[in-house]
Design a protein around this ligand. Structure first.
Ligand SMILES: Cc1cc2nc3c(=O)[nH]c(=O)nc-3n(C[C@H](O)[C@H](O)[C@H](O)COP(=O)(O)OP(=O)(O)OC[C@H]3O[C@@H](n4cnc5c(N)ncnc54)[C@H](O)[C@@H]3O)c2cc1C
Length: 392
């Protein structure tokens, strides 16, 4: 074992490990040299998306029929771990959202036409996806979603406000949650539908927001005013949005958990380099027993968490509704990454408070991951409700 992500795992075959080596090579050649600049600019250039696509990394989990590779899920585990390990939160979430969140709705429920128009070009890096669910009054509680889509002939007319949309500043389309009220709807979640909205449609107003986390993913708020959308852009059945969100959330949370492990591993590596280079009295900080024990505890936490995410990935591959396992993986991994980031910031001393330093950005990015895709408190509620009947 040479580093926090290098321990052997029974889930990985020699093919997965060869794939890991090629992903690492790609990331260190095509992404790491430029990522700091992308984070500074709050954007990733199209050439970067095409580079990811040329390696097949935007469609690992998508069907071959839609241009993806249809590889077993542990290829995605390898990719997400390595993506997290480069240590640029904005790049990590821009790509993860595109490949595992926004487009997954199209892959699981999109009509053949929608797959051809949006999913295939997204896998090729020609179109970038955003996912627009959250609203000013509706985050954790989806029953408060208020955006509406009203029937008008062959079209829907959409009005609403969406917040914190990853890739929002440069996405070409948004998979958007809206209410499609009708006489047969009985519950507050029964009228949720998902529609694909083109960024270029009249009435779409994108406003970049100044998120202190995940900068390269071009976070934006999106206003929708009388946006006309063809009814053919509804993903899956009308009013099946809540079920689709619940299903795809498992992948979203699992991906967030797996990449958080990579992020924590990167933070430990960065900090260890700092400690080894920091002279302290007769030796270096890395030689102090108290520091070494802290690092050992963090390393152990990350390693244990990594095993949990592998188990969750295995469970997900057998059953995409592995709610308990995916929620546990998201909860544990993002909380461990947050703890690791905060402890490592402490070990950086005053450098841990310099705006713009790598460790400060890691702290912001790790904290954001405990809120996005479901806050930790929500994960805990789900774990007791879904996993342990006697607690519910
Ligand atoms: C970096 C980032 C990226 C995001 N990307 C996207 C995106 O691409 N698309 C999108 O649609 N949304 C996105 N979001 C929004 C995200 O899904 C919401 O932030 C999240 O669901 C929480 O909703 P909220 O922010 O409205 O907080 P609220 O729902 O108001 O919750 C606030 C806090 O209350 C606590 N809390 C919530 N529920 C409970 C509970 N049941 N019990 C106890 N405490 C609770 C938690 O501490 C939570 O952080 C993103 C958010 C962040 C931070």
């Amino acid at each position: 074992m040479t580093g926090p992500l290098d321990g052997a795992s029974p889930y990985f075959t020699p093919e997965h490990e060869a794939f890991r080596a090629s992903v690492r090579l790609f990331l260190h050649k095509e992404v790491v040299p430029y990522a700091a600049e992308w984070e500074r600019r709050r954007s990733m250039p199209r050439s970067a998306w095409h580079a990811f696509a040329a390696e097949g990394l935007l469609g690992l989990n998508h069907p071959v029929s839609a241009g993806g590779s249809g590889l077993d899920f542990f290829h995605s585990v390898v990719f997400l771990e390595e993506l997290g390990r480069i240590g640029f939160g904005g790049v990590r979430f821009a790509v993860a959202l595109h490949a595992y969140m926004g487009t997954s709705y199209l892959a699981t429920n999109g009509s053949p036409e929608l797959r051809e128009r949006y999913l295939r070009p997204a896998v090729a890096g020609d179109l970038i996806a955003g996912l627009a669910i959250t609203e000013p009054q509706a985050g954790s509680d989806l029953s408060r979603l208020a955006a509406t889509a009203v029937d008008d002939g062959d079209e829907l007319v959409v009005d609403g406000e969406k917040r914190f949309v990853v890739n929002g500043s440069f996405a070409d389309f948004f998979v958007t949650a809206v209410r499609t009220p009708g006489p047969q709807v009985r519950s507050s979640q029964g009228d949720l539908s998902l529609v694909v909205i083109d960024r270029s449609a009249a009435g779409v107003h994108v406003r970049p927001n100044d998120s202190i986390a995940w900068r390269a993913c071009g976070m934006a708020d999106v206003g929708l005013r009388q946006v006309r959308v063809p009814k053919a852009n509804v993903i899956g059945r009308r009013n099946s949005g809540f079920v689709q969100i619940m299903r795809n959330m498992q992948l979203e949370r699992l991906a967030a958990g797996i990449s958080a492990v990579g992020d924590a591993a990167h933070c430990l590596e960065l900090t260890w380099r700092h400690l080894k280079g920091r002279g302290m009295f007769e030796s270096t900080l890395s030689a102090k027993q108290a520091v070494r024990h802290t690092m050992a505890d963090l390393l152990t936490e990350v390693e244990a968490t990594r095993r949990l995410t592998h188990h969750a990935a295995w469970s997900y591959a057998r059953d995409p509704l592995a709610i308990t396992e995916c929620s546990m993986a998201k909860l544990k991994a993002t909380e461990v990454a947050r703890t690791v980031a905060e402890e490592c910031r402490h070990l950086h001393g005053s450098e841990g408070f310099r705006e713009g330093s790598a460790i400060v950005q890691i702290v912001h990015d790790a904290q954001a991951a405990t809120v996005a895709a479901g806050a930790s408190e929500v994960m805990r509620d789900i774990v007791v409700q879904s996993g342990y009947e006697e607690f519910s």
